[in-house]
Design a protein around this ligand. Sequence first.
Ligand code: E4P
Length: 283
Amino acid sequence: TRIFLDGADPEETRQVIKALGFLDGQTTNPSLLAKNPEAQAHKTQGNKFSATAIYQFYKELCQELSGLLPEGSVSIEVYADETTPVAPMLEQAREFDTWIPNAHIKLPTTTAGLEAANVLTGEGRRVNMTLVFSQAQAAAVYAATKGAARGAVFLSPFIGRLDDRGENGMDLIKNIIRMYGPGDGHVEVLTASVRSMEHFLCALAVGSDIITAPYKILMDWAEAGLPIPGPAYIYEPSGLAPIAYEPLNLDGRWRDYPIAHPLTDAGMAKFSADWNSLIDMEA
Ligand code: E4P
């Protein structure tokens, strides 16, 4: 299992590398970008970025992170709302790929995002499919990126946001790992939206390929001496409804899977709102 930091503050990255003695990568998103201390200061002073300056800010941030993690991966998320077609996603992705040598481009797991992933992996680029909340979405990602090299495709199921609405998000991780089992391994499961040490330890115990966790959890894990629980680790969240395994076929056509999910739509709306909160629309 590789360990990533979920955040957009290079100071945290430096501290986590020091505390753990390693770090395999970092994931960013527009909400995390909006919480970056420099971006916050900018906002508090009543300044907003122009539509081009925000990309420059994001670029410099990703370049700093990439410099701290030269052997790792840095996920950079495209700006997209539910109306964004494929072309601007491709344009952003190709631009982000020029910023750093170790980018994974984050795309929403929607029809347009899957189409972009299909094109980008065909060009040999790396993607991280985000806002995953169902096994059908995971099967569609597998089908849309078939032929990609191992390591080129990350799949990010958001467990905390499923927990938030009373469903046991960790079940989705287990179900996807089981479904991908007979596959060719070209999609790696990246457990995201990790909210607690229990989530983190359970994701380790079930063998998630990658886990991205916030600063506090990684620092607590370092403090505890980097424990790695075995498969017998007991995780019994209370009050969360189990998510049942669906016997889905991985060999379908990606457009045929029922991928719509309300949390994907809500997630895109929040990401685009947080991105837009940094921008002066008049400039
Ligand atoms: C990282 O890839 C995700 O964007 C992040 O883990 C989402 O976490 P949240 O649900 O706590 O916002």
